[in-house]
Write a protein that binds this ligand. Sequence first.
Ligand SMILES: *Cc1c(COP(=O)(O)O)cnc(C)c1O
Length: 495
Amino acid sequence: MNNRLYGNLIFELSKPGRRGYSLPKNEYKHRLSELPAHLLRSQDANLPECDEMTVVRHYTNLSHNNFGVNDGFYPLGSCTMKYNPVINEELAALGAFAGKHPLQPADTCQTMLHLYYDLQKMLCALTGLSEFTLNPCAGAHGELTGLMVIRAYHQSRGDDKRTKVIIPDSAHGTNPASAAVCGLEIVEVKSGPDGLVSLDILENLVKEQGDSIAAMMMTNPNTLGIFEKNIPEIAKLIHDCGGLMYYDGANLNPMLGYCRPGDMGFDVMHINLHKTFSTPHGGGGPGSGPVGVREGMECFLPTPRVVYHEEENEYSVETGPYEKSLGSIGNFFGNFAVMIKAYCYILSLGKENIKMVGPLATLNATYIKESLKDDYLLPISGLTKHEFVFDGLKDKSTGVTTMDVAKRLLDYGYHAPTIYFPLLFHESLMIEPTENESKETLDGFIDVMRQIAREARENPEQVKTAPHQTPIGRVDDVLAAKHPVVTFRQMQQEL
Ligand SMILES: *Cc1c(COP(=O)(O)O)cnc(C)c1O
């Protein structure tokens, strides 16, 4: 690593008059005069002046500074970096897809509408629900849309008193946030010692809240990676009091082809296409959070809708009139490129292979969990699915925290797992390997995690002061969040 180039901004590398290119004299410069004077710069833009190799090396070095799933194992749980085959990126980028405009006439983009329609049907088949909309652009956006569907359902029956949503304490933060944005009140239900929603507590809650309950939101497997086996009983409790069941489908991947939310008694759900279906969830997007509903609730879904006309074998885009529909919940149809990737992923796996996703992810996660549970504290024993949570190191006397372990992992070339989520434990360390990691990769990670546990016992300072091998050591993340310095003061430098 060239330290003189490294760590500088491109502006700091600038030398007045330095050029990285040479072009023939611009013979057409006089045409600039055709632009109105008030639109012209009075001074040249203050751009960095560097030679070509400095620019290339600067950006290449910066790119090495990042850690991605193509650099090493990336066992991030929950907001997961699932398996995202690169070929699907290439297919989504094909000119025939990428060059389309959402406003072009339907008869010029039948293939796109066909794909859109088929993907909706595939999601219905995978979830056991009756109809999907692909319009929402994220998981949270799907939650909001789904809750609006639920509210519209109650209102259509003149049932206006249902203003509360029951949400387990293990839920992802977007669940209560979406409910609040939808104007609903949140009632938290505590998990039992087994990490599952407690039926007893829920029963009492339902008695207490009665007909003010609009819905219950659940994630399955939940954020501890545990399958909520009491869903039929829970669904009965909620349905008996007139509420609906909402399924947060961000963790759908371990269930693909094995069980379906629709069959378990859920009425409305969202899926994170980014996460389960081949788009990385990171950097804030793009995402896609399709919402599905059971039979009888299709009329509440948003518009526009893609409609298939069987006789003409043609697709059209319809905005209504759909009297009970929520109307539009975003721009056009949502993030189409994400849908292309999901479509390719589902088709390339096929009906049989899609059933391998869950078992392999579960096997990989369980292998890591069982291999590390002597060194790391497993707060809840029992079966878990595609991910699981440790509550930090088992030996609490060393003072080494989950944050320290995560930082030390960087020294060994591993991305950290999700840390300090879920909030149920103080030292949460949430691990999710995906279905496509080899045994050798998992063994390498297990060895390093054991090594870190050993270091914590024998030389805790080494772990507490990690990382030692990365270009930047431990940053003050509170300071960075509260007083971010995101601009470069060029003037100061020039003075
Ligand atoms: C990621 C996630 C969400 C929210 O999805 P976004 O696309 O990030 O809005 C909701 N629930 C669970 C369980 C998740 O993991």
